[in-house]
Structures are given as structure tokens and as C-alpha cells.
Design a protein around this ligand. Structure first.
Ligand code: 5MM
Length: 342
């Protein structure tokens, strides 16, 4: 695929104030979320749940692309239509998570490394045949006592860049996801410092591996205080810190910054995205979009709870959350939207 096509796909992924829907939970993550709701952890329930998502009426009004898991990209609706085809027919671009999850990083207690580079070139070829046009790899950075260490940041940034280069070689737009976790009692400032350091390393490695910045999407955390931090900053503080951090580290050539939600409530994720766009949209060179999993799906999954009778209500919730985030990109999200929907 030409560079031009990669760039077109990357821009299409953040066009029209839409964003991405992450529905690429690995089996352990999916099962953990099902277990909490008493949903049986079987292949058929995973398939039924993913069918509910991809057939949500109006999903394409707010969602430009969907990140699938290896199992999901091969699955079909009950009537035998491949999920990939269902998405393509409504103009949603199919993508695929290609990392093989995180493992403890040797010699670095408490820190993680993402696996999956071995054999990736061959796996990417297959995913292209299956209809994927972009891919995703998540690196996890933990904040704690004395961590992250440079060795962890170097190794994760290097892997993200090697993955991104292989994706572009295969004609897939890489979503580069360095996630600084919200777990812990650290302050907003500490999250800012670690996120800035991480992004500097990631973009240095992307340059070293000659990754075409115009043909990739960045999927980062917002700059937020840790979940257990006694001081939970205002929505404006988070918007200011996040945009300051990204303006200092993310090159203008990148088409879009599509934030992950990371465990924030659905409403807070929309509010913070909205504030960033209200205050800074005209002052940043890239789209400030979303690539949420929990902040779009979780309320819908709770409503569904594995019962076919709840499919329609769950789909309404998913469509609503997606629309809230599209409106947040426009700076038009408000709490009234939640009340109206309730
Ligand atoms: C951070 O997780 C990504 C975004 O989801 P949230 O918006 O809920 O934070 C998400 O795409 C994640 O990478 C996938 O759910 C896969 O995670 P696992 O841990 O199953 O590989």
C-alpha cells in the first residue's frame, strides 16, 4: 500500500468528529468483565456480545473504526455475516489488536513489557486478508515508588516503534498506544511528568524506526491524577495539563490523538474530552478524538447482562455514549445529554 493510502486511512479514522470504538478485549479481560455481571464466559456469549455492538443502529454516526480482537475478526453474526462485512457496509473501518498482552519485565519489579513482535509480519499479512486496515499495540507504564525506570520506557517505546514500522510495511495504519496507568495515589503533576517522558521516548523511537507520522494514530492516556489521589483535579485542570503535555511532545504531522478512557467513568471521559476541544481545538494541529472501550461499552454491557431481551436497550446505551463523545469532539457535550437520555 502506498504512503498516500496510509495517510488517507489515518485521517479517515479521525474524520467528521468521530472516533474509534475499542472492542478488542482479550479473553481474560472480557471474561473478567463478564464475570462481574454474571455473564457466562463462553465463546458464544463473547460472539453474541460483539454482534450486539457491531449491529448497533446508528453506530456509524459517531464511530469511524472498530478495533477487533483476533477471535472477533473471524466471527459472524447469527445469520452468517462476517462482523468485518457488517462494519464495512456501514462505513466503519475494521482494525485489529495485534499485541499479545503484557508480561512482567525481567529485572524490573512492578513494570511490564508487551509481547507479540515474533511472527508479527506474517500475522499482519493475514489480518490484511481478513479486511483490517489498521492495527493496535498497547504498552503499559505503571507509576509507583521509583517506577517507571528508563529501561522500561526504552523497551516499550522501541517495541511500539518496531510494531508501527511493520504495520506500515503491511499497509496497516498503526495505532500507537502508550498507556500510563491511572492506578495509584500519584498526583496530576506526576502523571504529567511520566506521560511527557514516555511520549518523548516513543516519538524518538518512531523517528529511529522511520515511521511515517502522517500514517499513524496516537492512543494515549489523558493526564489525570491517580485513582486514589486525595486531590482529584477539576475537568479544566485535566484538559489544560493534557493539552500542554501533548503540544510539547506530539509532532504536528500526526493526524490524530485518540484518547483511551483508562477506567474513568463514561461521563467524566466525555466531559474531559469536551473541555479539551472547547478550550484548545483551534490551537492544536491534530484531532483530539477518542478510542474508548469501557467509557463507550460498559454501561451497555451492564444493561445486556447476557440476556437477549436486553439487546435493544444495550445498543441504545452504546449509541448514546458514542454520540456523547462525538459531541465532545465538537465541544458540544453537556450533562443535559445524560439527563435527556436517562
Ligand atoms: C486501555 O485499554 C484500551 C482502551 O480501553 P479503555 O478505554 O477501556 O481504557 C483497550 O483498547 C485495551 O487495549 C483492550 O481492551 C485490550 O486490553 P487487554 O488488556 O485485554 O489486552
Amino acid at each position: 500500500m502506498s504512503q498516500k493510502q496510509l495517510i488517507e486511512t489515518a485521517y479517515a479514522m479521525v474524520a467528521d468528529d468521530k472516533g474509534l470504538l475499542a472492542m478488542d478485549e482479550s479473553m481474560p479481560t472480557c471474561h473478567k468483565r463478564f464475570a462481574k455481571l454474571g455473564i457466562p464466559q463462553t465463546e458464544e456469549y463473547r460472539r453474541a456480545y460483539r454482534e450486539l455492538i457491531v449491529t448497533t443502529p446508528g453506530l456509524n454516526e459517531s464511530i469511524s473504526g472498530a478495533i477487533l480482537f483476533d477471535e472477533t475478526i473471524r466471527q459472524k453474526t447469527e445469520d452468517g455475516t462476517p462482523f468485518v462485512q457488517v462494519l464495512q457496509e456501514v462505513g466503519i473501518i475494521p482494525g485489529i489488536k495485534v499485541d499479545k498482552s503484557t508480561k512482567p519485565l525481567a529485572n524490573h519489579p512492578g513494570e511490564k513489557i508487551t509481547e507479540g513482535l515474533d511472527g508479527l509480519r506474517e500475522r499482519l499479512e493475514e489480518y490484511v486478508q481478513l479486511g483490517a486496515r489498521f492495527a493496535k499495540w498497547r504498552a503499559v507504564i505503571t507509576i509507583g515508588d521509583g517506577i517507571p525506570n528508563q529501561g522500561c520506557l526504552d523497551a516499550n517505546a522501541h517495541l511500539l516503534a518496531r510494531y508501527a514500522a511493520l504495520c506500515q510495511e503491511a499497509g496497516l495504519v498503526p495505532i500507537v498506544e502508550p498507556e500510563v496507568l491511572m492506578d495509584g495515589a500519584h498526583s496530576l503533576q506526576r502523571c504529567y511528568d511520566v506521560t511527557e517522558q514516555t511520549l518523548r521516548m516513543v516519538f524518538a523511537q518512531l523517528a529511529a524506526q522511520r515511521v511515517l507520522l502522517e500514517g499513524m494514530i496516537l492512543k494515549p492516556n489523558m493526564v489525570v491524577p491517580g485513582l486514589e489521589c486525595p486531590k482529584q483535579n477539576s475537568v479544566d485542570d485535566v484538559a489544560d495539563a493534557t493539552v500542554t503535555c501533548f503540544r510539547r511532545t506530539v509532532p504536528a504531522a500526526v493526524p490524530g490523538v485518540a484518547f483511551l478512557s483508562g477506567g474513568q467513568s463514561s461521563e467524566l471521559a466525555s466531559e474531559r474530552l469536551n473541555a479539551m476541544n472547547v478550550k484548545y481545538k483551534s490551537r492544536v494541529p491534530w484531532a483530539m478524538a477518542y478510542s474508548f472501550a469501557r467509557a463507550i461499552q460498559q454501561p451497555g454491557m451492564s444493561i445486556w447482562a447476557g440476556d437477549p431481551a436486553n439487546v435493544e436497550a444495550a445498543q441504545k446505551s452504546i449509541a448514546h455514549r458514542a454520540k456523547c463523545n462525538r459531541d465532545a469532539r465538537r465541544g458540544e457535550y453537556s450533562a443535559a445529554m445524560e439527563e435527556a437520555s436517562a
